[in-house]
Design a protein around this ligand. Structure first.
Ligand code: SAH
Ligand code: SF4
Length: 426
């Protein structure tokens, strides 16, 4: 979502005469778009900011801003800790960047961490009609009402809000006009999507996906990130029936222990999660499953961790993100007794080894198969183009003549460490 938000910020500042630069040295303004989900990400902001000190010394007119969830969570504190910061803007206020920028030009500091009434997306319409890469993100939902005991999202991104269906369709058609063939619908809880339908009433995520399925020129639809409890029957069915919906599902579980899931306030069990996976696989047998895991949550015993490992064995993941539990200020679990760091590291190491094994085996099983690849760019080596398969594997195609944006059938000939190689299939 920060990638999407950064694009919107660039567009918002475009109106004030700014354009993107490739290095900080060329910049009149540096905006750090930040993540607050774990402590490491948040702390990185301050070390990054420190690195801009010499640039500000060289160019006193340089403006430095912090955007995103660290801005939202820490607000004024950022300017206290790092006085060279001119501007602090939360994720719901970045449409106000032009006014904020003007304020900094007058030598004032600008800070906005409101949750404004107006729809920020409405203020971002005047985007330049520039050509886009073939795969794009599109935010359809933001925020979360679930309050998992470890998570800052409900505090930094706010309450769960869904964008109206017609606005999403308009944005999708605009993306397609500019060369986009694949759209990933984004939301912190995207499968809880319930936006106003164009003809009145309400759309669920599957309604939205079906509407996008009818957009000519759009070839692929994905969505992320989902909560297991919001995998409704209609959405599961869409995985079996909707032609443009790709066979890939990111469905975080966090833990395989019911005791820990309860303490996390996840409101699902290991069994209910496995049941959802079973039903999705019944609808779409070749679907690649991805997940998120937290190890070392307070009170996690060896047995709880083994339960997580067992769940992983049962699911067989094609991809996953896994993290050591990180205490986040203001969340309930931060107040509990914490596990030692080395125990967390050891568990993370074991879990990641198991996932890596599954991931590699699934990737290796693609050899000899034909997959469809959306070509994204020239490969690192001459004579190759690179793109993504329907399962989101990176695929190097041994042909340099295929245009970017084309979807081609590729016979996989080789499985490497993090990618596949193949030739055009006739
Ligand atoms: N809405 C999604 C998750 C969004 S947050 C869901 O309900 O599953 C993205 C991921 O960051 C989470 O799935 C979790 O694995 C990780 N995460 C969030 N808070 C964390 C914390 N305090 N420590 C470690 N990992 C965390
Ligand atoms: Fe965070 Fe996801 Fe839980 Fe919401 S459902 S609080 S985003 S982990």
């Amino acid at each position: 979502m920060n990638v999407y938000d950064s694009e919107r910020m660039i567009e918002a500042l475009g109106g004030a005469g700014y354009e993107e630069t490739s290095t900080p040295d060329d910049a009149d303004m540096i905006l750090l778009n930040t993540c607050h989900i774990r402590e490491k990400a948040a702390e990185k902001v301050y070390s990054e900011l420190g690195r801009f000190k010499h640039l500000k010394a060289q160019n006193p007119d340089l403006k430095i801003g912090v955007a995103g969830c660290v801005a939202q969570a820490e607000g004024q504190e950022i300017m206290r800790r790092q006085p060279l910061v001119d501007l602090v803007v939360g994720p719901q206020s970045y449409h106000r960047l032009p006014q904020m920028e003007a304020k900094t030009r007058d030598g004032q500091k600008a800070i906005d961490t409101d949750f404004p009434e107006e729809d920020k997306f409405d203020h971002l319409k005047d985007r330049p009609k520039a050509r886009r890469a073939p795969a794009a993100f599109l935010t359809v939902q933001e925020g979360c009402d679930k309050f998992c005991a470890f998570c800052v999202v409900p505090y930094t991104r706010g309450a769960e809000v869904s964008r109206p269906g017609d606005k999403i369709l308009t944005e999708a058609r605009d993306l397609v006009e500019r060369g986009v063939r694949e759209i990933t619908l984004l939301g912190q809880n995207v499968n809880a999507y319930h936006g106003v339908a164009p003809q009145g009433g309400e759309w669920s995520l599957s309604d939205l996906i079906w509407a996008l399925n009818d957009v000519d020129g759009l070839e692929r639809i994905r969505f992320t990130t989902s909560h297991p409890n919001d995998m409704t029957d209609d959405l599961i069915a869409a995985h079996g029936e909707c032609e443009k919906l790709m066979p890939y599902l990111h469905l975080p579980v966090q833990s395989g222990s019911d005791k820990i899931l309860k303490r996390m306030n996840r409101s699902h069990t290991a069994e209910s999660y496995l049941k959802v996976i079973e039903r999705i696989r019944a609808a779409r047998p070749d679907i690649l499953i991805s997940g998120d895991f937290i190890v070392g949550f307070p009170e996690e015993t060896d047995q709880d961790f083994e339960d997580t490992m067992e769940l992983i064995r049962q699911v067989n993941y094609g991809q996953a993100f896994s993290f050591k539990y990180s205490t986040r200020p203001g969340t309930p679990a931060a107040e509990r007794d914490q596990l030692p760091e080395d125990l967390k590291s050891e568990r993370l190491y074991r879990l990641q080894a198991l996932i890596a094994e599954q991931q590699q085996a699934i990737q290796d099983s693609m050899v000899g198969r034909d997959v469809s690849v959306l070509i994204e760019k020239a490969g690192r080596f001459e004579g190759q183009m690179v793109g993504k398969s329907e399962y989101l594997h990176a695929v190097h195609v041994l042909d340099q003549t295929i245009p970017v944006g084309e979807i081609v059938k590729v016979r996989i000939t080789e499985s490497n460490r993090n990618s596949l190689t193949g030739i055009l299939a006739n």
